[in-house]
Design a protein around this ligand. Structure first.
Ligand code: FAD
Length: 120
């Protein structure tokens, strides 16, 4: 139990925006850095879809490639144009990984991203 609490607190305080979703990208958990990077608190993001971060101008083919990758239980890494709650666009360096159960079925996804706008 002590170790579980430590895991939870480690994810909560990790210096990268982390979200945990169901298999359709509906948000179940966000950490502190997620709120810092996106502007959305847990109350404002849990229950919504990750697509709330989309700038709505990215070609659909980008998302199709992302989904075909994670659906085949592989890790996807790439760059997406995201929209902060305040309306500002930012470049996200994003990694999405499937979380499997003991029958090797995908039950959840973890998303990890940082704002790399300043690097460009
Ligand atoms: P969508 O309605 O999502 O559709 C875009 C295309 O994606 C569809 O045509 C379809 O081919 C495919 N697709 C969508 N949902 C599914 C599904 N459940 N199964 C199979 N194929 C599907 N997007 C961002 O823009 N920014 C992020 O930071 C971001 N983080 C994510 C983190 C995680 C953990 C996950 C799982 C997804 C994340 N996404 C993120 C992707 C997001 O869920 C949306 O797919 C994306 O934002 C496009 O949204 P949309 O409403 O424009 O289109």
């Amino acid at each position: 139990p002590k170790m579980l609490a430590l895991f939870a607190e480690t994810v909560e305080q990790a210096p990268v925006a982390i979200s945990i979703t169901d298999e359709n990208a509906n948000i179940l958990y966000v950490n502190k850095a997620f709120t810092r990077v996106t502007g959305y608190t847990p109350e404002e993001s849990i229950g919504r879809n990750e697509s709330m971060l989309s700038d709505k101008k990215t070609p659909n083919s980008v998302y199709e490639e992302l989904w075909s990758c994670i659906k085949s239980q592989q890790v996807w890494h790439g760059y997406l144009l995201n929209r902060h709650k305040d309306g500002r666009r930012y470049l996200a360096d994003l990694t999405i990984a499937p979380i499997l159960n003991d029958r090797r079925q995908t039950t959840h996804y973890i998303g990890m991203h940082r704002d790399i706008t300043e690097m460009y």
